[in-house]
Design a protein around this ligand. Structure first.
Ligand code: HEM
Length: 482
């Protein structure tokens, strides 16, 4: 009887208010608030976010139980469509009235297709010339700043690099002089991120939250971002209809072909609106995350001159003096750089709460009972700072990865920048190589110093709110040609 009683026990829960539950305790940077709460309430907590019952796990052990042993689904794509593209509130891709479980099949098929077509190692090697070309452009522009001794906005440069590489690879587009220039596009992507991550009352109060959103101005802003992106997609489809110059089928060609062939995926035919939603997902998943990682890494290295010096010396010794570009093939040898990147992900996972899951059947974590229909968050950010897992968690110390074989590929629950399990990031290899490649080249070709009058203590590590969490203030550094 005692055992039975234990099984029925729910996780500890911070006291909340009626109706809003614990929503008021979240704030802008919810992963941080949840981390603080977890110190008091433990690695499995129950909260009510408005009406939504939510469980948050905050240690590697509980994350493992949640991600590895149980079956549940996250419907990020469905959620996104429902929340942001449907209903009378938004520009609507609203004919996607997607029932719950068939959608899962549909997503599974799509995901398989994406992995084969877009994220495969073969594909990534085939886009290496694109990466080389784009990184050369970056080196060139940073060199100019170096000769003028003027600061470079690294946040912006890294974003521009990933935008050009991903868009050329996925959409066959070059932004130089075509549909959008990099700046406008980067801005659009940034906005889309903010609005997806922004707290929206209507997500929690389906019957009236939109009034609050209108009053706060969020509504108009979302509509504008969505409309701009929609324009962008339409322009891109037009360009693709004009035929592909080099005869290579890119991701958009592929999706348009499947649409034309009236391909049935899961529950129904692939429509233009599905294609937009898929592209949106890929775009948002791909671009910001890599750029954010590179920016955090540079900020941490600037604050830790010992690590900066070590990583540069190692890259330069290994690569010799007269390389124009460090290539994908070189990167395997750069072990210390890889440790620097892992250490960056430990402290700054770009998607700190991963993607929320919905529990579909009852299960237990640490003996606590979790009910179906509960939303489940894994706080990867908290796990990276858990003193039971990491010695001196606040210290940036890449060498900590020397004596263990923890990697970031979803098998070690101590480090989950790409999530784990069924919904693990399919762009993991692409994202990792992107980050390694961008950083290796910036560290090899340039020494970096702080703008005039700034000292190391002035580098702030404040985070900006959103679905992905980047550095709040832009990182400005002065390059010196090595
Ligand atoms: C440093 C780079 C990246 C990081 C840190 C990252 C991180 C993540 C995380 C944490 C998730 C959720 C996984 C989970 O909840 O278990 C995710 C999902 C996803 N990522 Fe990435 N990502 C990166 C790069 C990319 C790239 C380059 C692409 C595409 C080319 C991509 C496409 C996606 C997609 C489509 C999903 C949704 C998968 C699903 O729901 O089934 N990501 N990513």
């Amino acid at each position: 009887a005692l055992k039975r009683k234990k099984q029925q026990r729910g996780p500890p829960s911070p006291p909340g208010f009626p109706i809003i539950g614990n929503l008021h305790q979240l704030g802008d940077l919810s992963h941080q608030s949840l981390w603080r709460l977890s110190k008091k309430y433990g690695p499995v907590m129950f909260l009510k976010l408005g009406r939504v019952p939510t469980v948050v796990v905050s240690s590697s052990e509980t994350a493992k139980q949640a991600l590895k042993t149980m079956t549940f689904i996250v419907d990020s794509l469905k959620q996104m469509i429902v929340n942001h593209f449907s209903g009378p509130r938004e520009l609507s891709y609203n004919h996607l009235d997607i029932p719950f479980s068939p959608f899962d099949d549909y997503w599974k098929e799509l995901r398989r297709m994406c992995v084969q077509e877009l994220f495969s190692a073969k594909r990534i090697h085939s886009i290496q010339p694109i990466k080389d070309e784009e990184v050369k452009r970056l080196i060139h522009s940073v060199s100019e700043s170096a000769s003028n001794k003027s600061p470079v906005n690294l946040s912006e440069k890294f974003l521009a690099l990933t935008v050009s590489v991903i868009c050329k690879a996925a959409f066959g587009l070059s932004f130089q002089g075509t549909v959008l220039n990099n700046d406008r596009f980067s801005k659009l992507v940034g906005e889309a991120f903010l609005f997806l991550g922004s707290f929206s009352a209507s997500d929690f109060y389906p019957n009236g939250g939109w009034i609050i959103d209108r009053l706060t101005g969020l509504q108009g802003w979302r509509e504008r971002s969505v409309r701009d992106l929609d324009d962008f997609y339409e322009q891109m489809f037009d360009l693709h209809k004009q035929g592909n110059k080099n005869g290579v089928e890119d991701f958009v060609d592929l999706l348009l072909r499947l649409e034309k062939e009236e391909t049935v995926l899961g529950y129904g035919k692939l429509t233009r609106n599905h294609i937009k939603a898929i592209l949106m997902n890929v775009l948002l998943g791909a671009i910001n995350t890599s750029a954010i990682t590179m920016t955090w890494a540079m900020a941490e290295l600037m604050r830790n001159p010992r690590a900066m010096n070590k990583v540069q010396t190692k890259i330069r010794n290994q690569m010799g003096n007269n390389r124009s570009v460090i290539t994908l093939d070189d990167i395997d040898q750069l072990h210390y750089l890889k440790m620097v990147i892992k250490e960056t992900w430990r402290l700054h996972p770009p998607a700190p709460l991963l993607v929320p899951r919905e529990v579909i059947s009852e299960f237990e974590i640490n003996g606590y009972n979790i009910q179906p229909k509960t939303l489940l968050h894994v706080n990867a950010w908290a796990i990276g700072r858990d003193p039971d897992t990491w010695k001196d968690p606040e210290v940036f110390f890449p060498e900590r990865f020397m004596d263990n074989d923890i990697d970031a590929k979803g098998q070690n629950f101590e480090l989950l920048p790409f999530g784990s399990g069924r919904r693990i990031c399919p762009g993991m290899y692409m994202g990792t190589t992107m980050v390694e490649f961008g950083l290796a080249n910036m560290l090899y070709h340039f020494d970096w110093k702080l703008p005039e009058g700034m000292v190391v203590e002035d580098i702030d590590m404040e985070e900006s709110p959103g679905l992905t969490v980047g550095k709040k203030n832009e990182l400005l550094l002065v390059p010196m040609k090595y």
